[in-house]
Design a protein around this ligand. Structure first.
Ligand SMILES: Cc1cc2nc3c(=O)[nH]c(=O)nc-3n(C[C@H](O)[C@H](O)[C@H](O)COP(=O)(O)OP(=O)(O)OC[C@H]3O[C@@H](n4cnc5c(N)ncnc54)[C@H](O)[C@@H]3O)c2cc1C
Length: 406
């Protein structure tokens, strides 16, 4: 692949760069103290609205739907430039990266008309309601049911690990509508109003002290059939769109994530009884290993970009990136914590560089699970990249109501 921009891409990059320099200044440096949840929500909303007004949201989406009608390369260029700033996009990442593309691809024109534009404008926040206490990696094992009642469906059950459910206005939910069909076949997806009677989001407390995700209980929640996404019983197929978008969204290294430069800067400042940490051979080896992994991730990402630039869909190589990104982030952050000795575990400190590494340390374990665990991604790489024999799936064709609960 030619890594240089085409003249048109270079022009777009220069315009985006100038706009970001003028508008993202306040987000350029990490805050002296980490944002509180309320500050993150307010900053995310403000940033989304600012980008929307300037034409930097929905870059690849049709103009008729509030997008910009540009190519995936334009979107990648903007994201590359944006990642140089402290741009708070967390609140909208799931909605715009995963939920809205699913509604967009499989929803009725009325659903697309109603939901896409407000999400792009930063007016409505979305969550994805897939995982359950007994269904995570084995997503097709979900038990939340939806039963038809007139023009409505009635939803009962429980979801878990739902990021931002307590802050969301809407969610996409996958439900079981035909328990007598094999597990992948009796599923149907809906758009659900998170403020509807019978929806209760209970935030879960994390080790960082924050509460990013939730248990969500559904008790007799009514959803109109007009809010079905895709055909009845086709929820698995619809979920695959969402999974592909999720792997694309989480496959790369997060722009704000620390890298080998952060480790180098830290090691250059830390005095040990034998001199500066950066002068120690084992520390230098760890920095070099982080650099090699970062470069490998960058080049694997380039392969995906290369596919996108030729109008092809990125393949299972995204799984490779995600496995390496999450593992490298966790090992690098753990090493940084070790280097910082006692200071490494003082969370919420006023030292922005340490706050960034501490945040990464605590988030990286979750990254090895979210969007497909390391083991599931390795199965995908084994089967779809290396062509090895498939994982055992003994209950694939068994009617769901004949599968014994774990
Ligand atoms: C930070 C974070 C955010 C999340 N946000 C959301 C969200 O917004 N919405 C949502 O729906 N879910 C969300 N999740 C849930 C996430 O999708 C699941 O945690 C994930 O799919 C794993 O499922 P599980 O936790 O049930 O683990 P399990 O599937 O029970 O897995 C337990 C262990 O068994 C291993 N394992 C399972 N099956 C196999 C196999 N076939 N071969 C080899 N090993 C296997 C797994 O790798 C894992 O180590 C989030 C999770 C995290 C950590």
């Amino acid at each position: 692949m030619d890594f240089n921009d085409t003249p048109t891409d270079a022009e777009y990059r220069a315009t985006a760069r100038a706009w970001l320099a003028a508008n993202a200044t306040e987000y350029r440096d990490p805050p002296a103290t980490p944002h509180t949840r309320a500050e993150m929500v307010a900053a995310s909303r403000a940033w989304q609205k600012k980008k929307h007004a300037a034409g930097y949201t929905g870059i690849t989406w049709p103009k008729a739907m509030g997008g910009q009608g540009l190519s995936p390369m334009h979107s990648i260029i903007f994201n590359q430039e944006q990642s140089k700033y402290h741009a708070p996009s967390e609140l909208f990442a799931i909605g715009l990266g995963m939920c809205i593309p699913t509604v967009f691809t499989h929803g009725s024109p009325a659903l697309v008309d109603r939901y896409v534009a407000p999400a792009l404008a930063g007016d409505e926040v979305w969550c994805q309601l897939f995982s359950e206490p007994s269904a995570g990696s084995d997503l097709a094992g979900i038990r939340t049911k939806a039963v038809k009642d007139g023009d409505d469906w009635v939803i009962d059950g429980q979801k878990v690990w739902t990021t931002n459910a307590h802050l969301s206005d809407f969610g996409i939910i996958v439900t079981r509508t035909d328990p007598s069909a094999p597990k992948h076949k009796g599923l149907t997806m809906f758009v659900v109003d998170m403020h509807a009677p019978g929806v209760e989001a209970r935030p879960l407390k994390q080790m960082s002290g924050g509460s990013d995700f939730n248990e969500v209980f559904f008790t007799g929640v009514r959803v109109s059939d007009s809010h079905r996404v895709g055909a009845v019983g086709e929820g698995w197929k619809v979920s695959l769109t969402r999974l592909m978008n999720e792997r694309l969204a989480v496959g790369g290294k997060p722009g704000h994530a620390p890298g080998y430069r952060d480790l180098m800067a830290l090691a250059a400042d830390i005095e040990t009884e034998f001199g500066l940490a950066i002068e120690a051979r084992d520390v230098r080896q760890r920095i070099a290993a982080t650099y090699i992994a970062d470069e490998g991730i960058k080049l694997t990402q380039m392969r995906a970009l290369s596919a996108l630039s030729k109008g092809e869909a990125p393949g299972p190589e995204q799984s490779i990136s995600k496995v390496v990104v999450a593992k490298t982030m966790q090992e690098m952050a753990a090493f940084a914590m070790d280097l910082s000795e006692a200071a490494g575990f003082v969370t919420g400190g006023t030292e922005p560089r340490l706050a960034k590494l501490q945040g990464s340390y605590m988030a990286s374990a979750g990254l090895r699970i979210a969007g497909g665990t390391d083991e599931i991604l390795r199965n995908i790489i084994a089967e779809r990249v290396l062509g090895l024999p498939g994982d055992m799936r003994p209950d694939k064709d068994t009617p769901f109501n004949e599968i014994r609960a774990a």
